[in-house]
Design a protein around this ligand. Structure first.
Ligand SMILES: [Zn+2]
Length: 494
């Protein structure tokens, strides 16, 4: 346990050690993402994070020791990590240095610079992640029963130092200590867990690289269940927070559809890319979920009425689109969200609960009278509308037009080729359309232009159903997933 006096002491000590200074433009030279230009850095790559973290729920204090294995591509005078907590000690290759702290960045500037090649950075830190604000965002949530760091597009730098961009993925080995009675779940396999009279300790290891925004953490009073899923040794991890009592049966029934949903996705997209799978359900106020790698995090809101395998299909589809194949830049969000939404439509069709033609036509007509809706293009929605309804719905509509234009065989071939060629890497929207063109011999850029980039409602495509054809009873998917006239709130959702 840590009292407030000690919290203040640690923060004061950290401020003393950190050499805060004037902001330099070069400190904020990120990877050059069109939407979030300050994010990350293209001067170096973190290959592996080793994190040892202790989180005290009473005070909200998080103490950590991070060892980052990095690769620097060319000699540089300095590098900047994305990080918002105060540091107490920093060393590169064993030599200590005083970092410069600028908002959301930790600038490391050794006297002799950094040479091209491999280096090791050690950082000791402590602070209150719930009070960290980076460029106007707060992403660490202290909840009534625990804490949650799960937000798209930014959550990592609120609790560990990293290179915070999906094009800069790395592996992780996290050991986290929480008070006894609490469970901490992070991506990957749970390889060790132990306890003393005071604390529980969990060690989570990822064999495959993870985009930093998908390296989520849930600390909660939870029941955690482990199993081995199949002959390949994939580890099953499911966890249900104590706060989800009312919806626990339907939450469990929904999460337990994951292997079935995944087996169906494998038939479409190719092998499952990871060595762990499952889901975490925790109490949340709204309908939020995130495709946290290997164990998506679901708010219990999804399961309050009944079983919902569509949110499971969406989050697991991300394990190919968004997780294994990450975004090269955030403006290409359609490849992740449009595709995951469309695959949940295909899951509806597979289950006889509304065909993709019916779903496409329903949304196309439902949004007809709303010109503002069509002003946000899913192929370039803007940072403010990154997770807007249009990215999901219009994104899925665009995907349906692509499928109907090039045919089922070419469409599935495109998806499988994309997932194989970019496995555990990243890709851009233009590369995706090039893949679709290569397998179909069609002008996919021309086909997709109005559906991805137009700021008006595209003309109806061939085969669109009329409103008279669309009997509401056939659209169980829409009724299950909510009123499509009421857009979901932006945030860490789906
Ligand atoms: Zn999603």
């Amino acid at each position: 346990m840590t009292d407030r006096t000690e919290v203040d002491k640690v923060l004061a000590e950290a401020a003393h050690h950190a050499n805060s200074s004037v902001l330099a433009a070069s400190d904020l030279a990120g990877v050059g993402d069109p939407y979030f230009p300050v994010d990350g850095s293209d001067l170096f790559t973190i290959t592996h994070h080793t994190l040892e973290v202790d989180f005290d729920l009473t005070s909200g204090m998080l103490r950590g020791v991070a060892r980052l294995d990095i690769a620097v591509s060319a000699d540089v005078p300095a590098i900047a990590l994305d990080f918002g907590l105060p540091t107490q000690a920093v060393a590169i290759d064993g030599s200590t240095l005083a970092p410069r702290v600028v908002p959301g960045k930790l600038v490391l500037e050794p006297d002799t610079g950094l040479s091209a090649g491999s280096h090791q950075i050690d950082i000791t830190y402590a602070g209150l992640p719930g009070e960290v604000e980076i460029r106007g965002e707060r992403s660490w949530l202290n909840t009534p029963l625990g804490a949650l760091a799960a937000r798209e597009p930014h959550a990592a730098a609120f609790w560990f130092p990293t290179n915070d961009h999906p094009s800069r993925k790395a592996t992780y080995d996290l050991t986290i200590t929480v008070p006894r009675g609490f469970v901490a779940v992070a991506p990957g396999r749970l390889v060790e867990h132990s306890h003393t009279s005071r604390v529980h300790r969990f060690r989570w290891v990822t064999a495959e690289p993870v985009a930093s925004y998908l390296y989520s953490l849930v600390v909660d009073r939870m029941r955690i269940e482990l199993d081995t899923l199949d002959d390949h040794g994939v580890q099953w991890v499911s966890a249900y927070g104590d706060g989800v009592n009312d919806s626990a049966p339907s939450a469990r029934a929904s999460i337990e559809t994951t292997p079935t949903v995944c087996a169906w996705l494998v038939t479409l997209l190719g092998p499952y890319p990871f060595d762990a799978i499952g889901g975490v359900v925790t109490r949340m106020a709204g309908p939020h979920a995130l495709e946290t790698q290997t164990h998506p995090i679901y708010g219990d809101h999804f399961f309050r009425r009944s079983l919902d395998s569509y949110v499971v299909a969406h989050e697991m589809a991300h394990h190919w689109f968004g997780n294994s194949v990450s975004l090269s830049t955030w403006n290409d969000i359609w490849i992740s969200e449009g595709m995951a939404t469309y695959l949940s439509w295909m899951w509806s069709e597979h289950n006889g609960e509304g065909t993709t033609d019916e779903l496409f036509s329903s949304f196309y007509h439902l949004r007809a009278a709303n010109p503002d809706y069509w002003r946000i293009p899913p192929g370039d929605p803007s940072p403010a509308h990154l997770l807007s309804t249009q990215v999901y719905e219009r994104g899925a509509m665009a995907t349906h037009v692509l499928r109907r234009s090039i045919g089922d065989d070419a469409f599935i071939s495109c998806l499988r080729t994309w997932c194989a060629d970019h496995r555990h890497h990243h890709g851009s929207l233009s590369q995706f359309l090039a893949t679709a063109a290569a397998v179909s011999k069609a002008d996919t850029v021309a086909i997709m232009q109005p559906w991805l980039f137009a700021r008006r409602r595209p003309d109806p495509p061939p085969g669109v159903l009329t409103p008279a054809d669309l009997e509401p009873p056939s659209l169980r998917f829409i009724r299950r997933t909510g009123d499509p006239q009421s857009p979901r709130p932006a945030g860490p959702s789906r």
